[in-house]
Design a protein around this ligand. Structure first.
Ligand code: FPP
Length: 259
């Protein structure tokens, strides 16, 4: 079953073409469960099909000028799901890393997992470390998978650093806590699946992100939908609170470099 996947932009009136390609794209992958339910299948089938979409979108991003792609794979709140679904997802992440690591290394894709690691199983942690080590030199695309991730927790962690490490500046503490040492602020945040919320994803980094929502369920999301979101981004006028197109003033998100 193919869903119609129109992108809603929320813009009106005249548009100004601004920067051609976002440097940092973030995606909230949503709709796997509904995709499966619509076919009378188990939710896990939706996740499996979602992994196909991940491969397609990563390949499209690696062919483009995008430098960083951050995918929301598992939120800190997703632990509330049934144990069997959580266990399936953890296996899927491990398999994805094991299967993709060689291709990523070959294609210059640097893999990084952001989020907590202490609640992940040993074998997944090993797969993460192996993938990060093998792809460390990748310069074409920085692919960040957010697993056991919470944007609010990252900000709280920064506040805790500041309490214990009085030497560290605020920017440094935030960069450490939010995995922002070598990244830039989010330019474009895409959410397929019909919902219009941030769900605790990259809260600080998305302060001035352009938001693109799509009714397409994630397993149906293709390189074509991704290209459509990038086209939508090109029509946005980014002003960062100023009156005309302007370079992003760093003060809006300390700790994150801006394009
Ligand atoms: C949200 O859809 C999706 C998730 C919580 C899991 C995301 C995982 C994948 C896309 C699998 C592949 C990922 C990698 C990195 C290999 P949902 O289950 O909440 O959907 P629903 O809102 O329709 O129930």
């Amino acid at each position: 079953m193919q869903s119609t996947c129109s992108l809603s932009n929320g813009t009106s009136g005249a548009v100004t073409i601004t920067s051609a390609v976002p440097r940092h794209v973030a995606i909230i992958m949503d709709g796997n469960g509904r995709w499966a339910a619509a076919r009378g299948q188990a939710r896990t089938r939706g996740h499996l099909q979602g992994a196909r979409a991940v491969r397609e979108v990563v390949a499209a991003a690696a062919r483009s000028e995008i430098r960083i792609l951050t995918l929301y794979a598992f939120s800190a709140d997703n632990w509330k799901r049934p144990e069997s679904e959580v266990a399936y997802l953890m296996r899927l992440f491990r398999r994805y890393l094991a299967e993709e690591v060689d291709a990523c290394a070959h294609d210059g894709v640097r893999l990084e997992i952001i989020g907590r690691r202490d609640r992940l199983g040993e074998s997944l942690c090993e797969a993460i470390e192996a993938a990060e080590t093998a792809t460390r030199g990748g310069e074409r695309l920085h692919l960040r998978l957010a697993i056991d991730y919470s944007g609010r927790a990252a900000i709280l962690r920064a506040a805790r650093f500041l309490r214990t490490d009085t030497e560290a500046g605020f920017d440094e503490a935030l960069a450490r806590a939010c995995h922002m040492r070598d990244t830039v602020a989010v330019d474009l945040l895409i959410r397929p699946g019909g919902e219009k919320r941030l769900s605790d994803f990259l809260l600080w980094e998305s302060a001035y992100a352009e938001l693109v929502f799509s009714d397409c369920l994630w397993p149906d999301f293709t390189a074509g939908h991704f290209a459509e979101a990038l086209r939508e981004f090109r029509t946005r006028r980014r002003r960062y609170g100023a009156l005309a197109d302007a370079p992003h003033p760093a003060r809006h998100a300390p700790g994150v470099a801006h394009g």
